[in-house]
Design a binder for this molecule. Structure first.
Ligand code: SF4
Length: 500
């Protein structure tokens, strides 16, 4: 792993600089220094200097050690502190990017972009009066994004703009079930193995308390529910009676609404659970193969086979589920393009209504050696993502949301494709942060969104299951507090006759 020393007059910029280095090197180990260490062969020293002259700021970044070179950027000084912070940060990142690109000869697909939501930049430009194509040109030219990725952004924004917008008086409801039947080795969620199930009933009881508290809150604030999404974890890891308790408690909110259950692991799906979901009006489920290659499934700790995926899918279709998503992962350990293509072929033959393709993100380097086999390199994973895009296109699916994470293979992205009309509104509103999210259960993060300006206030639930059970009343109070924030957006406040 590359060791990076960062020397900056303002150390608050070190993290942004490190983010750009990660585009090229994946995992790095960085330290901020005010000395001038002499970097060893596997080390790099990045030195940032800034000079103000005549209303301009000159940013110079110099690298020594494993990478050497220098790059400059200039930005206009500005009396608006927030705007200046933004310009300066961008100049620093672009200087580091130019240096790294020159030194490595690598063209990253998303150029200098390090954020989770590249669509955000497009929307910001459009809100300022630019056309979609003008906004895409700006993103491509400013950040050195490849034309293919700029086109992907354009397709996604076009699809999203045709979808029903969220209403300021509605919320998207998320319910987290933090249990799984085994832990996937690449998992970065705070879910736990269900084990002997001892925590299931206390968890469900706490969740029902939180549901009751949230119902009072929504009634008091005059808010209604727009979409419901049960995720995790693996909601279908719950035994059937527990799953029924949770789903039935949501019924007052779900009728006629988009209602998704992530039935993620095929080995947790059976006829009884599917019937329960049908009885409460679930409209959309996700059955996630991740790969149809059994040796990979075993390697990543999924503990199910591709035959089980096929059975679960056939069963759900036979019972009448007509909106099914499938997730695949590009860049799994030991897989090459041929294996990934065969998974795509299998998915194509099943004709899911939506297909979500992730590129593997591994947060902790220590997990890498759990696999015992090499990971595909970034270029191969990029080829897999291109093949997935072509496959989805051939299936009549359109890309409708995307996001990026740190530590993704090849600095790529996750893309969801759907048949027209099968786009999951919850996913779009949650990912683009355009809808209020009320998140119940351990680890859920509720968000209240201002209608303009992109301001968001958050209220997280605790992630630890036992803590959540113990402190569920406090989790409800956090949501009450979130909707009591004053001077945030008065139009969100309910009419006086609805106050209690
Ligand atoms: S199914 Fe999902 S949440 Fe559960 S362990 Fe695997 S990656 Fe994590």
């Amino acid at each position: 792993m590359l060791k990076v020393w960062i020397a900056a007059q303002d150390p608050r910029l070190a993290n942004d600089m490190a983010d750009v280095v990660r585009i090229f090197y994946g995992q790095i180990n960085y330290t901020v220094t005010d000395a001038s260490p002499v970097p060893g062969p596997d080390e790099m020293l990045l030195i940032l200097r800034e000079e103000r002259t005549d209303g301009l700021v000159d940013v110079t970044v110099r690298a020594e050690g494993a990478v050497s070179g220098e790059a400059r950027q200039r930005c206009a000084d500005c009396p608006d502190a927030l705007e200046f912070k933004r310009r300066r940060k961008r100049a620093v990142k672009l200087a580091v990017y130019a240096l790294m690109k020159h030194a490595t000869g690598v063209q990253p697909p998303w150029g200098a972009l390090t954020g989770i939501r590249p669509t955000r930049l497009v929307y910001q430009r459009m809100e300022a009066g630019e056309t979609l194509s003008g906004a895409l040109d700006w993103v491509r030219d400013t950040f050195d994004v490849t034309p293919a990725k700029a086109e992907l952004l354009g397709q996604i924004v076009s699809v999203q703009r045709a979808l029903p917008p969220p209403s300021p008086r509605q919320v998207e409801l998320y319910v987290g079930i933090p249990f799984c039947v085994s832990r996937c080795t690449y998992c970065s969620f705070s879910s736990g193995e269900i084990g002997n199930g001892a925590l299931v009933d206390p968890y469900v009881t706490a969740l029902l308390d939180e549901i009751a508290g949230v119902r009072e809150l929504l009634d008091a604030r005059g808010l209604t529910v727009s979409t419901v999404y049960i995720g995790g974890g693996t909601p279908t890891a719950l035994p059937a009676p527990a799953l029924r308790r949770v789903l039935e408690a949501l019924v007052p909110w779900t009728q006629g609404k988009e209602f998704t259950v992530e039935a993620g692991r095929p080995d947790t799906i059976d006829r009884e659970k599917l019937r329960i979901m049908q009885s409460v009006g679930v409209t959309r489920i996700s059955i996630n193969p991740q790969t149809f290659h059994d040796p990979t499934l075993e390697r990543i700790g999924r503990r199910h086979t591709s035959a089980q995926t096929l059975q679960a899918y056939a069963l759900a279709r036979s019972l009448g589920f007509d909106d099914i998503n499938m997730d695949l992962i590009a860049g799994l350990p030991g897989e090459d393009l041929a294996i990934f293509l065969s998974s795509l072929d299998q998915a194509r033959s099943l004709r899911p209504d939506s297909l979500t393709v992730h590129s593997l993100a591994i947060k902790h380097a220590s997990a890498l050696h759990l696999y015992g086999v090499p990971l595909p390199d970034g270029r191969m994973t990029a080829g897999m993502m291109d093949a997935a895009a072509a496959c989805a296109h051939g299936m009549g699916l359109r890309p409708y949301y995307m996001y990026r994470q740190k530590y993704m293979a090849g600095a790529l992205e996750n893309v969801a494709y759907a048949l027209p009309g099968r786009e999951c509104l919850y996913n779009v509103r949650m990912m683009e942060e355009t809808g209020h999210i009320i998140a119940l259960g351990a680890g859920g993060i509720s968000k209240r969104v201002a209608p303009t300006g992109g301001k968001i206030v958050r209220a997280p639930n605790v992630g630890d299951i036992a803590e959540y059970i113990r402190r569920v009343g406090e989790m409800v109070q956090r949501k009450r507090d979130l909707w009591s924030v004053k001077d945030f957006d008065m139009s969100l406040e309910p009419p006086p006759d609805q106050e209690r």
